[in-house]
Ligand binder design. Structure first.
Ligand SMILES: C[S@@+](CC[C@H](N)C(=O)[O-])C[C@H]1O[C@@H](n2cnc3c(N)ncnc32)[C@H](O)[C@@H]1O
Length: 423
């Protein structure tokens, strides 16, 4: 991330010794661990210092898997997409997050009945989806998922289109509006199949000249059926349908590329734009937003674009141009010490800090009814991310947050986005 106004990432900082502020992160020696550490800033009254965040510091010590270990081993042993059959579920995710999704599916059905299997980079299948949460499919580590209704196996492009043609025609006929998403897994190998996916789309549409799909902007505005086809490898493509209300994402394969106009201070703005698209909700004009871990100001920039009033809390400097906006106030300090003067509409948090401690601090906002809504991005550098997500959800729910949703969005890296509201 481009930190325009913040401290130089190259600068050397002393490790944190103890926290001096009220209610702040507990004094704790920092740990060293191989390979995965990242330096992040956090505040001390009167200054900024860096702490080292590592896997051991944020790992869930008491988290034992709630499913037999051999189920995970089996699921991780790669299986060819040529084994896919109708009735199974197909999932795409960030490349490298296959294990996270598999663990999530296993945790949701510890008896192994979901039978997840890795099919390759960014591609997993399962016998069934996890149980719905609050009436909807809510899977943290999948970008897109659908129940397969037809599978075709052939290397020949024309034959592939004719094998899928009848299922495609039936899906078109049974839907009022349809969008056609033909996509590939977002992996190095998967992306090489983009030409094959485009050719398949063209052939299917040419086979039904009177059927016109709606575009993605129309889909997001008016809804409809998404006919999904995943070109899994050079031989196999799977088709299924989702209604836009129930789909995990309204973007092909869940690749929600956010295009933002204007000069925004950090790429993090895209994460928040995607979160708003995912939630179908964003702040209105004049609403009060607190942005914890705001520097250099990508999120604050987007909130100001929405005409909200923003209190940005971060020990680091905010983008200079942004600071000219009269609707922005910068509290240059530690988020663990900050309390709002009155209840705010939205609490945002993108702090680079230990997730459980951040969640505890956010919990205080729910207990004191300091906010109505929460959108938080949690950094998850640890291996067992699924356990951590469960703990974060549990902790926030105990503290009074409800309607908790979690997702590793397209613009998220080793992190997830969480949304909730206060009961
Ligand atoms: C990923 S960056 C935030 C990017 C920001 N959302 C944007 O759109 O530009 C993480 C930020 O967390 C801030 N941070 C870390 N610990 C903090 C703390 N205890 N209080 C406030 N901010 C903190 C860092 O200074 C850093 O600016």
């Amino acid at each position: 991330m481009a930190h325009r106004g913040g401290p130089s990432p190259a600068r050397k900082h002393k490790p944190a010794k103890k926290h001096a502020g009220r209610g702040g992160p507990p004094a704790r020696p920092t740990h060293k661990s191989g390979g995965h550490d990242r330096n992040h800033t956090f505040a001390k009254p009167g200054g900024v210092r860096h702490v080292r965040i590592d896997k051991t510091a944020v790992a869930a010590p008491d988290a034992a898997p709630r499913y037999p270990a051999q189920l995970l081993e089996q699921a991780l042993a790669e299986q060819s997409p040529s084994t896919l059959v109708p009735g199974q579920w197909l999932w795409t995710m960030r490349e490298g997050a296959e294990r996270d999704l598999i663990e999530e599916l296993l945790m949701a059905a510890p008896d192994g009945s979901s039978r997840p299997r890795r099919l390759g980079g960014a591609l997993v299948m399962s016998a069934k989806p996890p149980p719905e949460r609050e009436g909807r499919l809510d899977v943290t580590f999948a970008r897109q998922g659908f129940r397969i209704s037809q599978v075709a196996h052939t290397e020949d492009a024309a034959e592939l289109a004719s094998l899928l043609g009848p299922a495609f025609a039936a899906a078109v006929q049974s839907s009022e509006n349809f969008a056609l998403h033909v996509f590939v897994p977002d992996s190095t190998r998967g992306n090489e199949l983009a030409g094959r996916a485009q050719a398949l789309r063209d052939r299917l549409l040419a086979s039904l000249p009177n059927a016109t799909p709606i575009d993605d902007a129309q889909l997001r505005r008016h809804g409809g059926t998404i006919i999904q086809i995943c070109v899994c490898d050079a031989r196999t493509a799977a088709l299924g349908c989702s209604s836009s209300d129930a789909a995990l994402s309204l973007w092909p394969g869940g690749r929600a590329r956010m295009r933002l106009g204007g000069d925004f201070p950090s790429r993090a703005a895209r994460k928040l734009a995607e979160a708003f698209a995912w939630l179908g909700l964003s702040p209105g004009s004049g609403e009060v937003c607190v942005d914890l871990g705001a520097a250099p100001g990508g999120w604050s920039w987007l909130l100001l674009e929405k005409k909200a009033r923003v209190i940005a809390v971060d020990p680091a400097r905010m983008d200079t141009a942004l600071m000219q906006n009269p609707r922005l106030k910068h509290v240059q300090g530690n988020a663990f010490d900050y309390e709002p003067e009155e209840t705010v509409d939205w609490l945002f948090c993108d702090m680079a800090y230990r997730p459980l401690e951040v969640a505890q601090m956010l919990g205080r906002w729910a207990r004191h009814r300091h906010t109505r809504l929460l959108v938080a991005n949690f950094k998850l550098p640890m291996k067992r991310k699924v356990d951590m997500v469960e703990r974060l959800r549990g902790l926030l729910s105990q503290q009074g947050f409800t309607g908790i949703r979690t997702r590793q969005l397209y613009h998220d890296r080793e992190e997830i986005t969480l949304s909730a509201h206060v009961r």
